[in-house]
Design a protein around this ligand. Structure first.
Ligand code: FA5
Length: 345
């Protein structure tokens, strides 16, 4: 097609491009005009017979046509793409006004339920419910808790340290909240704290790298003894397991932040394949650690003068497992709907 005619048709072709409604049509039209055998490309080929001066002016005019057409094609392509996205989104709209066909509304996970129960029980008894960050500093997780630099718990096999920080870690115990509470509120204090803790432990039937702890601290200016600790622990176990049929014992132990320190065991027996808490039990089951607050803990929290107290810390998953006859901690973190629905509260 002669150059003059091409120029005359340009406006019409641009209209045609903008009228196209599908990618297929667009590609077809592009091939007809700008493709290898297309009108504009063929006109370029005719230039070989022209004189040098004509070649220059023809080249300029043809390139102008070509670039206007290319511009039109790319605008139309973008328009078609936008349209396609809008249409797809329209198709994906969720009609929230539709009535829900649901015969159940879910419930609380057994761990969340236990946390709420404990929290409400202690709130009702006038305790302060304290919280602390899960990303802690060495000071609150170890130093202030009187844990010496060489203590094995500090080694990375137990503790997740955060790379690139100077001793920032995922807390390994809720005992860090003892320090935060003492620093903030001083004594007397009665506090409970429930939250997530992290340890570099391999996942098995009784261990998880993330688990929850329940921490209790009672401190005062007047003397508090191991007897008070035992009485408070008994109250906790009777409340948690909803029975008076509880028998426990203290085993001598070591925690840097309590002196003396004890492990708390509870009497239990196997019945129908499940462990149950009972005074008549023939087995002892370890529930957690406890002890009288070490004077250095008070000192490191800025408390001077006479100070007495006790603290205990239990693993929440172990308590929940024992209460509900669950034998594998991994079930608590599974997403098996049948299991979750069976145990939901
Ligand atoms: C402590 O963490 C002390 N802070 C407890 C304490 C508090 C002592 C106050 C004295 C005064 P321990 O490391 O033993 O102690 O952990 C307490 C409980 O957490 C254990 O008895 C167990 O029930 C639970 N626990 C520990 N590691 C795991 C784990 N990997 N998975 C699940 N539960 C765990």
């Amino acid at each position: 097609m002669p150059l003059a005619e091409i120029e005359k048709n340009l406006e019409h072709w641009v209209h045609e491009v903008f009228a196209v409604t599908s990618f297929l049509e667009l590609e077809k039209l592009k091939a007809e005009l700008l493709g290898r055998a297309g009108v504009v490309t063929s006109a370029f080929k005719l230039m070989k017979d022209a004189s040098a001066i004509e070649k220059k002016s023809m080249g300029e005019r043809l390139n102008k046509v070509k670039s206007e057409l290319e511009n039109a094609f790319s605008l139309q392509r973008k328009k078609l793409e936008d349209y396609e996205i809008t249409e797809r989104l329209k198709g994906e709209t969720l009609d929230v006004t539709l009535p829900v066909s649901c015969d159940r509304f879910g419930g609380l996970h057994i761990i969340s339920y236990a946390m709420r129960r404990i929290r409400n029980h202690y709130l009702a008894r006038g305790f302060r419910v304290s919280d602390g960050p899960e990303i802690e500093t060495e000071f609150f997780n170890f130093d202030a808790l009187n844990t010496p630099r060489h203590h094995p718990a500090r080694q990375s096999q137990d503790t997740f340290y955060i790379e690139g920080t100077n001793g920032v870690l995922l807390r390994t115990q809720t005992s860090s909240v003892q320090i935060r509470t003492l620093q903030k509120h001083g004594i007397p204090v009665r506090m409970i704290s429930i939250g997530k803790t992290y340890r570099n432990d391999a996942l098995d039937a009784t261990h998880s790298p993330m688990f929850h702890q329940v921490e209790c601290l009672i401190a005062d200016r007047s003397p508090i003894s191991l007897g008070h600790l035992k009485s408070e622990l008994r109250k906790f176990l009777q409340f948690f397991f909803e029975t008076d049929d509880v028998s426990m014992r203290f085993r001598s132990s070591f925690f840097p932040f309590t002196e003396p320190s004890v492990e708390v065991d509870c009497r239990c027996m196997k019945k129908n394949g499940q462990l149950i808490i009972t005074e008549k039990g023939d087995k002892w089951l370890e529930l957690g650690g406890a002890g009288m607050v070490h004077p250095n803990v008070f000192r490191n929290s800025g408390i001077t003068g006479d100070a007495y107290g006790f603290a205990f810390g239990f693993g929440l998953e172990r308590l929940v497992m024992l209460k509900n006859g669950i034998t594998d901690i991994r079930n608590l973190f599974d997403t098996d709907q049948r299991w979750l629905q069976h145990y939901e509260c």
